[in-house]
Ligand binder design. Structure first.
Ligand code: 3HC
Length: 294
């Protein structure tokens, strides 16, 4: 089946990016949120990105208008009924995802494909909540979705090869680099990246350097585009803590355990860039490192 209409559940950090790149690739997109405020915020981010691209001469105004014209925002899951592919990008919480899939399974046409953008939760558990596990797969994007070239395409064990083909073709149409991987916690990238980020936090706790020094060191010493503590803020500290919990439970190794500083910041509502504060404060013209103990 040819994919022409893509549904995206969630218009937050990842969902707005998935909706944008899908519309830029020519798909008709329906993006759903739980409140008008959240929807307006997500669509506003897309409009801002497109506005910047036009300003920089990278896109014609007419093309930006066409991209926005292909995106339908909604608060009703029923608007996904005739989508060919539905991707969920809601909170990293299994119960919420299972509840969403149960509802969507009864709404979306039987021949449509379902995909989760989970960072670490089992794809198989979500697939089993639907009547179409063979047409269910993982499509894991990276933040910022508009910039990061990779798409992990995840096979649950029940996913049919034709469904993997649909995921790979969708990724190609978006211009992404695709890799196929298995349904193991963290897949490829987070399996390697998450312990590194958590070690960056542990290093800070042990006093190997200040927040800024740790970031400078990994940029200048290892050629990373951003340091680990900035990257924690980009990923979202709440998301990182959820991934760490899932991976720690799965592997039982201390390198996957969320450090105390991460738990403290999340407990205080400091989620990184998306909330305006994490290891840095983003309220001014440029990020300023904050001592998490303060
Ligand atoms: N959203 C959209 N576009 C963004 C952006 C954002 N948040 N941040 C930067 N950009 C765009 C800029 O507008 C600019 O676009 P242009 O080329 O059209 O002008 C372009 O990216 C380059 O931006 P900058 O020059 O300001 O910055 P950099 O050259 O430093 O690149 C970066 C920014 C691409 C984010 C780079 O720092 C990078 O690659 N960082 C690492 C990010 C990373 O590792 N992401 C993966 C996280 S793990 C994950 O997401 C998995 C999940 O499960 C946890």
């Amino acid at each position: 089946m040819e994919i022409s209409k893509v549904g995206v559940a969630g218009c937050g950090l990842m969902g707005h990016g998935i909706a944008q790149v899908s519309a830029e690739a020519g798909y008709d997109v329906v993006v759903c949120e739980v409140s008008q405020e959240a929807l307006d915020k997500g669509i506003g981010k897309i409009e801002k990105q497109l506005g910047k691209a036009v300003e920089k001469g990278k896109m014609e105004q007419a093309d930006a208008d066409a991209v926005i014209g292909r995106i339908q925002g909604t608060l009703e899951l029923e608007d996904f009924a005739d989508c060919d592919l539905v991707i969920e990008a809601i909170t990293e919480n299994l119960d919420q995802k299972l509840d969403l899939w149960k509802q969507l399974d009864g709404i979306v046409k039987d021949e449509a494909f379902f995909a989760t953008n989970t960072s670490s939760l089992p794809v198989a558990d979500q697939a089993a909540a639907t009547g179409r596990p063979e047409r269910f797969l993982g499509l894991h994007f990276f933040n910022p979705v508009q910039r990061m070239p990779l798409l992990e395409v995840i096979e649950s064990g029940a996913t049919e090869s034709g469904t993997m083909g649909v995921g790979l073709a969708y990724g190609e149409k978006l211009g992404k680099t695709t890799v196929e991987t298995k349904d193991k916690p963290g897949f490829i990238v987070n399996r390697l990246l998450v312990p590194y980020l958590l070690d960056g936090i542990r290093g800070y706790e042990e006093g190997i350097g200040s927040v800024e020094e740790i970031d400078i060191a990994m940029k200048a010493g290892a050629g990373h585009p951003m340091g680990p503590l900035t990257l924690c803020d980009v990923v979202g500290l709440d998301t990182l803590a959820s991934i760490a919990d899932v991976m720690y439970e799965a592997f039982g190794e201390s390198r996957f355990q969320a450090p105390a500083t991460l738990q403290k910041l999340v407990g205080e509502g400091h989620y990184g860039m998306k909330s305006g504060r994490g290891f840095y404060d983003y309220s001014g013209d440029r990020p300023v490192a904050v001592d998490p103990e303060l």
